[in-house]
Every structure is written in structure tokens, then in C-alpha cells.
Design a protein. Structure first.
Length: 428
């Protein structure tokens, strides 16, 4: 295998499109190819509801700090809106709006009876105590008590949140509505009605879509190599599951750096190192330290960007050597890079298809909450895999039918389902 490419020095700097502008760019291209009726297209270009709140929270030092929170509901045409809540310093209305729209298309592509939403709070959870985070989460729940609901809008974890925050939301929402409503969120602890298989679901979806794409384009997984950018929940599970299918993972990374080993990364040791060193890979001895940019341009068969948005720019796209890209993160590829990758013959499994495993098992959790009956791991995984395989086949078919790439094929797949629902129900 070739050694990592030299660090890329961009010839010129550019500012990528805002996240929502990137959504609309792909939306508009797909709408034109599919000939989506103007009235439906105009309705889907804007969210149904946008809520912004200010939340005064008592900090541990006795002072009040005011936080801004968002909840944007893009569509409820297929069912109650669904989408995560992220805690991060760069949370803003444009980002949340983009993520909400992606959730609409992601749920439609996966064949779920759910719409799209997203929420977030501008904060740095790494610098906040558990008590401060609990007070913030409960304040957010109070502010959104008329937005959330098991049959209205169902949050889930995202960046900076997890099952702990979901448990606080269930408790606060249940207090406000005088009952017990575990179905108001997904991604809960199993003891409070969470689903087995949920934690690994997004990474598992990445693995299933990787295998399906490899079959289509003729990559022998037993002789293949992969690089995974991002070693958090999505990338970590994706890497482990790819390895379990005899795909040799030769590079992994997080925000502290990337690590390359031609013989293959020992993922068990990487996980142990991560737990020992404050959940980071910094100083990991199992590979050569390289940059994240170098990881993206390694001579591997499969590249899984599972970190942040806008990682694959046009400059980097020119240097990518992978035959297959499977997007574990939301929006990792800039709009300008899509055409370059397509012209190079690189197959890209887009985010709204590739990382839909998480929302699929979230849907299963919601169903189990309604039934009051809970499934075993094997049942969850089997159902998940069937949903993912069916979604992949539909997107592949539509991309071929309309002579376009898988990203636009995924949007068209979503349009077909949304158009029918809107015609039956009406736009609002």
C-alpha cells in the first residue's frame, strides 16, 4: 500500500456554502432532474416551524448565564417530526435548519413514517458540570414543552448529548404533562425504555451501506482497506463493524490527530487508549501520526468521513484515491466536491442514506415504547439491516433511472414519498 500523501496546501482559500445553502443546492438539482412540482418544491424549501428560546440557567458559581436554544421542524408530512439535539458552541439557526431538512429526507429515504426536525443549544458541554447540564436540559424542555410530544416532535441525542440528557428530558416532560411519557424522546437508557442496538445503529448502518455498495461496484471486502475519519460514536462503531466483515481499517482519527498503520489499526487497543486518555486518541502508539487531510487522501478502497461537516473540499476531492466514500457524518462533502468525485468515478453513499441507521433504530424505539414490548438485539439488528438494504436498493435504482449520482438519487427517492404524502394530506 502506498504511504500517506503529503499534506495538502490549498492553492486558494474559499468559504464553503452555509449548511442550509448546501442543502438547497442539492435539493434544487434533484428537484430539476425529477421535475418536482413547483408548489411542493417551494413548500419543502422552508421549515414548517422555527423556535428560538433564551434560557437563564444558574451556574455552579451562583451566577446566571443565558443560553440560546433552537428547535426547527422542517416537515411533518410523513409523520411526527424526528431529530436530535446537539450541544456545541457553533450551534446556530442555519445549522439546525439544515440538519432538520436532512432529517426529513433521511426518514423518507429509510422508509420511516416520520418527518424531520433538529434542535440545539449554543454551549460548551465539556466545560459544564453535570449539574449545570441538567439544569440547562430541563430549562430547554420547559421552553419546548408545547413543541415536544410522542406524537408531535420526538428528540434524540446528537453531538454533545446522550442517554443522560434524554433521561432528563423524559423526566421533565413527564412532570410537566403529569404522566410518564418515555416515547417523547429516543436514545434513552434501556432501563427507561431505550432500544437495544441504538448506540451502534448509525455505525451499523454505515457498515451495511458499505457492503451493499462494494457489491455493486465490485470491491472484494476480504482484500479491501478502509480509513475512518472520526472515532466517536459513529466512526468508532463503523470501524469495528467494518473490521468484523474482514475489511482492514488502516487509519482512524479524532480532533487530536489521525493514525495510519499499513498492516491495520488494532481497534481494541485504540478503544482502550481512548478510554484511558480522556476519550481521545492523542498519543496513540498503534500507528503513524498523520493529519486528517492526509487520512482523507490515503490509497484505500473505502473512505468513511464520520467527523464534521465540510471535510471534503474541492481541493481535497482532487486528491482522493478511495473508490468508495460512505458518509457517516452529516454534510462532510462540500457541494463543489461532488462533481469532482463523480467525474473521477468515485462512488459516494450520501449522508441521508449512509447514516440513516440511527434514526431507523430510533423509530424502532418509538414503536417499542408505544407497544410496551421490547425487542432483543438480534431482532433489532435484523430489522435494521433489512431497512438499510431496501433503502440502498431504492436509491441505487433511482440514481440509475435518472442517470445521476447516489446523492441526487437519494433526494429523488425522498421526493417520491413526500410528493405522495403531500398530495394526499395537503401542504399544511
Amino acid at each position: 500500500m502506498a504511504k500517506p500523501a503529503k499534506k495538502i496546501a490549498p492553492k486558494h482559500s474559499h468559504k464553503p456554502l452555509s449548511m442550509y445553502a448546501a442543502v438547497l443546492a442539492r435539493f434544487n438539482e434533484a428537484a430539476e432532474i425529477y421535475n418536482l412540482p413547483t408548489d411542493i418544491a417551494d413548500g419543502l424549501r422552508v421549515p414548517q416551524k422555527q423556535v428560538k428560546v433564551s434560557m437563564p440557567v444558574m451556574m455552579d458559581n451562583g451566577k446566571i448565564q443565558v443560553f440560546e436554544g433552537y428547535r426547527i421542524i422542517h416537515s411533518t408530512h410523513l409523520g411526527p417530526s424526528k431529530g436530535g439535539i446537539r450541544y456545541a458552541m457553533d450551534v446556530n439557526d442555519d445549522e439546525v435548519k439544515a440538519l432538520a431538512a436532512w432529517m426529513t429526507y433521511k426518514c423518507a429515504v429509510a422508509g420511516l413514517p416520520l418527518g424531520g426536525a433538529k434542535g440545539g443549544i449554543t454551549c460548551d458541554p465539556r466545560k459544564m458540570s453535570a449539574g449545570e447540564l441538567e439544569r440547562l436540559t430541563r430549562a430547554y424542555t420547559v421552553a419546548m414543552c408545547d413543541v415536544f410530544g410522542p406524537d408531535r416532535d420526538i428528540p434524540a441525542p446528537d453531538m454533545g448529548t446522550g442517554k443522560r440528557e434524554m433521561a432528563w428530558i423524559v423526566d421533565e416532560y413527564s412532570r410537566l404533562h403529569k404522566g410518564y411519557f418515555p416515547g417523547v424522546v429516543t436514545g434513552k437508557p434501556i432501563t427507561l425504555g431505550g432500544s437495544r442496538g441504538r448506540e451502534a445503529a448509525t455505525g451499523r448502518g454505515v457498515m451495511i451501506h458499505t457492503l451493499e455498495a462494494m457489491k455493486k461496484i465490485g470491491i472484494d471486502r476480504k482484500k479491501s482497506t478502509a480509513a475512518v475519519q472520526g472515532f466517536g460514536n459513529v466512526g468508532g462503531f463503523a470501524a469495528q463493524l467494518l473490521r468484523s466483515k474482514n475489511i482492514n481499517v488502516v487509519a482512524i482519527s479524532d480532533y487530536t490527530g489521525a493514525f495510519y498503520n499499513e498492516r491495520g489499526i488494532d481497534l481494541d487497543k485504540a478503544l482502550q487508549h481512548q478510554k484511558k486518555y480522556n476519550n481521545t486518541l492523542e498519543g496513540f502508539p498503534g500507528g503513524e501520526l498523520i493529519t486528517n487531510e492526509e487520512l482523507l487522501t490515503l490509497n484505500v478502497d473505502v473512505l468513511v468521513p464520520a467527523a464534521l461537516q465540510n471535510q471534503i473540499s474541492a481541493e481535497i476531492a482532487h486528491n482522493i484515491k478511495a473508490k468508495l466514500i460512505v458518509e457517516g457524518a452529516n454534510g462532510p462533502t462540500e457541494v463543489e466536491a461532488d462533481e469532482i468525485l463523480h467525474d473521477k468515478g468515485i462512488t459516494v453513499v450520501p449522508d441521508i442514506l449512509a447514516n440513516s441507521g440511527g434514526v431507523t433504530v430510533s423509530y424502532f424505539e418509538w414503536v417499542q415504547n408505544k407497544q410496551g414490548y421490547y425487542w432483543k438485539d438480534e431482532e433489532v439488528n435484523n430489522r435494521h439491516d433489512i431497512y438499510m438494504q431496501q433503502a440502498f436498493e431504492q436509491v441505487w435504482y433511482n440514481s440509475k433511472q435518472y442517470k445521476t449520482n447516489l446523492r441526487i438519487g437519494a433526494y429523488i427517492t425522498a421526493f417520491k414519498k413526500l410528493e405522495k404524502a403531500i398530495r394526499y394530506r395537503g401542504m399544511y
